[in-house]
Design a binder for this molecule. Structure first.
Ligand SMILES: [Zn+2]
Length: 471
């Protein structure tokens, strides 16, 4: 699940002028450290092992939703792989995670023109009774339109939210649409709906449904919730348009099991003179259950592991410690992110910078940051080393990734190496998230960018300051 950057007030023009100053005379790095950054970048572009890491994860583990046997296998894989790659301090940080199982889902049009629809349960949905649910449909095109309906129009019906996600490079189309999935079930239940069906929050035009977590509010009844593939949502919309009343049949055997133990998997490349200070590279180890999780977030796991490994093999030791954290259960509640922040609360001051890879394989197309103003010249210097990778500069308003959000909210500065999301949401949370969607050369460019950023963060003289705490 990506998080999205918001536009901010720091203009590019100002930043560009800061960049010019910094390049002429960098107070932040020695020439040797800047040269190593460029060497690491060029070596990564010549070829990395990142594809092999993703291949290993999806071949030997595969689907790994929170609490599943695959989740436990992924933790073992992470510990073994980090150990084999030469990381230090490799360990598991136990995390209690929810354990939801999908079971089977059936959605079909009963009338006026009966047809089966391709659908999947939303992550965390309750199931239906054995008989399922048969009811008339009330269609809306947004959450706002739903909330504007009187309860009499919704009570006893199935709500269909037909809002299409827009394809964008920065993934902002996802952020704009995802509330229909996360909040839709409780908003529909508030009005007496029996169930919710949404158009998939995804851009695939294939007959595959996109799952993803819902968030039941504690003060609303829980109702079953499903996503239709985009072509099936089109079909339902056409029948609704041509007929006064459309009836659906829904059935699901989804259910919640007792919480289970998972773990954040952690490994380090030890620092030198500033070994006590940490540069944190994040990705998430879990995936949804429908596919192998190659793109979400096998790619991110491979990018951050490989970036750190390339630094460890460079022959030069970073001043700061580079810590890779493969987080547990990002997809259904950020359990690992919360646990890491809780256990690290006393040492967050030592976290100098954090960044995450969780929006697919890339390429990286933009550098954003959220650092103290006095560290902006350093960000500009990092940008200069990244620029040959066809990366643009962005704002100092980055939101980073979901797993590092608790750190950002506690004041830890972040970078955001924005991965190109144009095609990511064709695959995201679907059965098509397989190794076939991974391109080794694209992954290499992303590794090159993450390696440069990690090396420069770990060798910078002076910190990136602290950022404003938020909630
Ligand atoms: Zn993800």
């Amino acid at each position: 699940m990506p998080t999205l950057s918001r536009p901010g007030p720091l203009c590019l023009f100002l930043w560009a002028s800061l960049a010019a100053t910094a390049v002429a005379n960098s107070a932040d790095w020695t020439n040797a450290d800047l040269e190593t950054a460029a060497t690491l970048r060029d070596r990564a572009m010549a070829g990395t092992d990142a594809f092999e890491h993703v291949s290993s994860l999806v071949t030997e583990v595969g689907p790994r939703s929170a609490g599943s046997a695959g989740d436990a296998a992924a933790v073992r894989w992470g510990l073994n792989t980090l150990g084999t790659l030469g990381f230090s301090q490799v360990h598991a940080q136990d995390v209690l995670v929810p354990h939801w199982v999908r079971g089977t889902a059936e959605v079909s049009i009963v009338s006026p023109f009966p047809q089966p629809l391709v659908a999947t349960s939303l992550g965390g949905s309750i199931g239906t009774s054995e008989d399922g649910i048969d009811a008339a449909v009330v269609a809306v095109d947004s959450l706002e339109a739903l909330k504007a309906l009187p309860a009499t129009a919704v009570n006893g019906k199935i709500v269909f939210i037909d809002q299409r996600m827009e394809r964008t490079r920065d993934g902002s189309g996802y952020g704009a649409t995802v509330p229909i999935r996360s909040q839709g079930p409780s908003d529909a239940a508030d009005l007496g709906a029996l169930a919710l069906v949404i158009r998939s929050v995804g851009t695939s035009s294939d007959r595959i449904a996109h799952t993803g977590g819902l968030n039941y509010r504690s003060d609303a009844p829980r109702i079953p919730a499903f996503a239709l593939s985009n072509p099936d949502a089109d079909l339902l919309a056409r029948q609704i348009k041509s007929s006064k009343t459309v009836h659906l049949h829904l059935k699901s055997t989804a259910r919640e099991l007792p919480p289970a133990w998972s773990a954040n998997v952690i490994g380090e490349i030890p620092g030198g003179a500033l070994a006590n200070e940490i540069v944190l590279l994040a990705a998430h180890l879990d995936s949804w259950d429908l596919a192998q999780g190659a793109v979400d977030d096998g790619a991110g796991v491979a990018i951050v592991m490989e970036a750190a490994r390339l630094i460890s093999k460079s022959g030069r030791k970073p001043a700061r410690t580079i810590r890779v954290v493969l987080f547990a259960n990002e997809e259904f509640g950020l359990s690992g992110a919360r646990e890491y922040a809780r256990q690290s609360a006393a040492e967050l001051d030592r976290h100098v910078l954090a960044f995450e890879a969780d929006i697919g394989q890339g390429p990286v197309w933009k550098l954003e940051s959220r650092v103290a103003p006095e560290a902006l010249p350093a960000v500009s210097q990092i940008f200069k080393v990244l620029e040959p990778l066809k990366i643009e500069s962005g704002m100092n308003e980055a939101s980073g990734g979901s797993d590092i959000r608790p750190l950002r909210e506690a004041g830890v500065p972040i970078l955001e190496l924005a991965l190109d999301a144009t095609n990511y949401f064709d695959i995201h949370h679907t059965a098509n998230d397989t190794l076939a969607k991974i391109d080794a050369k694209t992954l290499d460019q992303s590794v090159a960018a993450y390696t440069v950023a990690a090396w420069l963060a770990a060798t910078k003289q002076g910190s990136f300051g602290r950022i404003a705490k938020s909630e």
